[in-house]
Ligand binder design. Sequence first.
Ligand code: PRP
Ligand code: URA
Length: 206
Amino acid sequence: MHEEIRHPCVQHKLALIRDISTGHKQFRELATEITMFVCYEALKSISVKDVEVETPLETAKCYKISEDIVVVPILRAGVGMLEGILSLVPSARVGFVGLYRDEVTKEPVTYYQRLPEQANGGLCILVDPMLATGGSTVAAIDILKEAGARKVVVVCIVTCPEGLQRVEDAHPDVPIFVASIDRGLDENKYIVPGLGDAGDRLYGTR
Ligand code: PRP
Ligand code: URA
């Protein structure tokens, strides 16, 4: 299952974040804002529990989130989405998976992982702005499942049909929420039209 968030506010921010003239400060702000919109949709089915709250007038029946939430950014570009998610779910725990794409093979290389024990049993939100070939996302989900995760959802900013297919073939139980499904991949396995190298644009490298 995947869902593209086609809300006009998201589309407007996508136009800005894709723009080559957008510098790293604004790129980071936009990544945070787009993440909030996409994550808002991704969390629409999250479990809640009944609570009673005393308002100044009477007792109100309310709901609070009842699941442990673990946000897992894929290093390094995924960190650019952390602030946006944590502003929606401030009590979430955070785990990290370090992966980079080998420049020649384009396949993911794992170099770090540190997950809270609540990854086993809680809802894991895997975040990375770019789901290109899907190799990194598949590898990160493999790591989460090896750590015991049973409920995983992916939140990203830009993807393409090839990447979605690869992740859905490998992990059909994992829903993907994304701001844009772009046309495809170029000869260097970059998403087109895409937004370029997300890590470099977030952190001002290169
Ligand atoms: C980028 C991006 C994803 C991956 C997507 O990371 O942030 O993690 O590539 O590509 P894939 O779907 O083809 O695997 P990159 O390897 O550039 O590392 P970085 O975040 O450290 O810049
Ligand atoms: N990684 C990126 O940062 N951008 C792409 O388009 C593909 C992989």
